[in-house]
Structures are given as structure tokens and as C-alpha cells.
Design a protein around this ligand. Structure first.
Ligand code: PLP
Length: 342
């Protein structure tokens, strides 16, 4: 019957995702409506023993919102990053020594692509008996993701970040018995009720299968990314790349252009056929990026930061075209400037 086929498709997808991320059992994979819901479910499952929440200053808004919603009176400690976007491990250690913690850290940053050293953070979490959730929405498919190597308790995924359908995600749970469902009911082993998004789940697994040879894809993206950055930096005086030069994924490039309002600039670029964003792709772009502020404490640098997205389908010709549009617009469009260019 259709129901049996649907069930089989879902369970095949679950087994594949479990295998791809190194989960010990298929019961540790729950399908959700996306990383936002996966993150919320991890936060909703915070145990009473955890008396503080620890996150970083550069997390996605989904984590920042969940840490407020599920704090239930617990203090939320925000660990700073340095100017390269890397986590301050000393502050992390001090925070974890303070109280039993629920920790949420992103694998790759959605605005800069910078990778946190999750394995080192996980070691600290283990020493201090903290529970660790990893938001791998951006990292999955760009770097190897293995829940045993990362040594995490929860891990969130989002299908549309690796060419899967929008509105579908997954949550890895080390100990399913500890999950406190937001939607109670019988589906997903009683941990996430509601008729399953069968097509979404199949799409998520299909997209993940394509990533099996991820190193080939990553190598393909780094070259056009470097070409993009090199060309913009050499043709716009004062343009700077935000984020660590090597410890990052290749599909995101974040560049600040001097004296420019990124929010106005992206509108101009869009009219010329180039779609990029200022700040997080999902935010309105009118707020200066909290990520660049956390790295540089410089509102002008944050307001002038552009986020370029590349994929394994981006061609050298498209990069050359993008560079042309950016430099032409920068040098010739009538744009409001912060102050007179030097
Ligand atoms: N976390 C990060 C780092 C993201 O980039 C996103 C993207 O939107 C999310 C969480 C939320 O994912 P979703 O759109 O699947 O809810």
C-alpha cells in the first residue's frame, strides 16, 4: 500500500542519514521541518540538571531565539569570538566550570563560513559534563560531519542548505529517551508528531547521498571563491574579507566594502542581476550583522558587509560577471556613502 511504501522510504532515508553522520542507531535520527525546529527540539529537551545555557555571540537567530525561549530562568552565557571569528576557548572553559551547562555551538557560521573547532569544544564539554548541541546547518556537506568525532549530544541539519528541499531537516539525538517533544504524538517514535513530510524526507536523503563524494565538491568551490575575493580586493581599495582565511567552508564569502551601506548596495546589485545578501540570508538585512560586530566591534564594517554564496554549480564565468557587477556598481552607482572615500 501507499502507507507501506511511505514508511519504507522514510526508514531508508533515516538509515542513510544515520550512516552518513556516523550515528549508532536509526532511532537517533528525527525528521523535522528544518534546522530551526531541530534546534528548538534540542533546546526544549534541556534537562533540569543544566542550570545555564552557553552559546556563542555569532549563532544563527534560530539558536539565539531558542536560548531565550527555553532558558526558563537560566542565565544564557554568550562566548565571544576573536576578529577571525574563532571561539574564545578560554572563556568557554571558564563558563563551563561555572555551572552544569547546555551548550549550543554552530559548526560553520552562516554569514562568514568560519568553522568552529567543535571537537575541542566537545572535549571541554565532556570534562565539565555539559550537554552539547551542534548546529550543523551550514557545515554539513562542506566538511565531514561525524557525530562520534564531534562527540555531540544533538546535531541539527537543514535539507535546503545542501540542495535538498526547503522545509525539511533532521535532528540527531544521542539519547532519544531524553527528548522532550514539542509536538507530542506517535510519529517519530513519539518524539515529533504530525504526518511525516515524506517527499521532503526523501529529498533530504537524496541530496545527502549526492554529497557522499563531498571532498570533490568542496575543492570545486574553493577556487571560484578565491577568485572572487582576490578580484574584489584588488579592484576596490579598502575591501576586506571577514573571517579566518583557511578555517572556513568555501561556499560563503563575506566582504566589507569601505564607506558603503550594504543594505542599499545589494538592492543596486539585484537590479543589475546579482543576488547576494547583507548579513544573514534570512534576515531583512537592515540590521547591522551581529556576527561582524562580535568579530570587530565596528558597526561601519558590519553595515558594509556583503555575504556571497557559492555552490558547486557556480562557474568561473558567473564569478567574473559578479566581480564586474560589484566593482562597476561600487565605482559608478550613486550610493549613499558613510563618509568621503579616501
Ligand atoms: N542554523 C544555521 C547556521 C543556518 O544557516 C540556518 C539557515 O537558515 C538555520 C539554522 C535555520 O535552518 P532552517 O532554514 O532549516 O530552519
Amino acid at each position: 500500500t501507499g502507507g507501506t511504501t511511505a514508511r519504507r522510504n522514510i526508514e531508508e532515508a533515516r538509515a542513510d542519514i544515520a550512516r552518513f553522520i556516523g550515528a549508532g542507531s536509526t532511532g537517533q535520527i528525527l525528521f523535522t521541518s528544518g534546522a530551526t525546529e531541530s534546534i528548538a527540539l534540542a533546546f526544549a529537551s534541556i534537562s533540569r540538571e543544566a542550570t545555564q545555557i552557553v552559546t556563542s555571540a555569532v549563532e544563527h537567530s534560530a539558536v539565539l531565539a531558542a536560548s531565550k525561549r527555553w532558558a526558563n530562568g537560566r542565565p544564557v552565557v554568550s562566548i565571544p569570538v576573536n576578529s577571525e571569528g574563532l571561539l574564545d576557548m578560554e572563556r568557554m572553559q571558564i563558563a563551563l566550570g561555572h555551572a552544569p551547562s547546555f551548550v549550543s555551538l554552530m559548526l560553520a557560521n552562516n554569514e562568514t563560513g568560519v568553522l568552529f573547532d567543535i571537537s575541542s569544544a566537545a572535549q571541554l564539554c565532556r570534562q565539565h559534563r555539559a550537554v552539547l548541541h551542534v548546529d550543523a546547518a551550514q557545515g554539513f556537506g562542506k566538511v565531514p560531519v561525524n557525530v562520534c568525532e564531534l562527540d555531540c549530544d544533538y546535531l541539527s541539519l537543514s535539507a535546503h542548505k545542501f540542495h535538498g528541499p526547503k522545509g525539511c531537516g533532521a535532528l540527531y539525538v544521542r539519547r532519544p529517551a531524553q527528548v522532550q517533544p514539542i509536538f507530542p504524538g506517535h510519529q517519530e517514535s513519539h518524539l515529533r508528531a504530525g504526518t511525516e513530510n515524506v517527499v521532503g524526507i526523501m529529498g533530504l536523503a537524496a541530496a545527502a547521498r549526492v554529497l557522499a563524494d563531498w571532498p570533490k565538491h568542496v575543492g570545486l568551490i574553493a577556487e571560484p571563491r578565491d577568485q572572487l575575493e582576490h578580484s574584489i580586493i584588488t579592484s576596490i581599495h579598502g575591501a576586506v574579507v571577514n573571517g579566518h582565511t583557511t578555517q572556513r567552508i568555501a561556499s560563503i564569502s563575506n566582504i566589507s566594502l569601505p564607506h558603503t551601506s550594504a543594505a542599499d548596495f545589494v538592492v543596486q546589485l539585484s537590479r543589475r542581476g546579482l543576488q547576494i545578501s547583507s548579513g544573514a540570508a534570512c534576515s531583512s538585512g537592515r540590521q547591522p550583522s551581529h556576527v561582524i560586530i562580535a568579530m570587530h566591534n565596528d558597526p561601519l564594517r558590519a553595515e558594509s558587509s556583503l555575504r556571497f554564496s557559492l555552490s558547486r554549480f557556480t562557474t568561473r564565468e558567473e564569478i567574473a560577471e559578479a566581480v564586474h557587477i560589484v566593482t562597476q556598481t561600487y565605482h559608478h552607482a550613486a550610493l549613499p556613502r558613510f563618509d568621503t572615500p579616501a
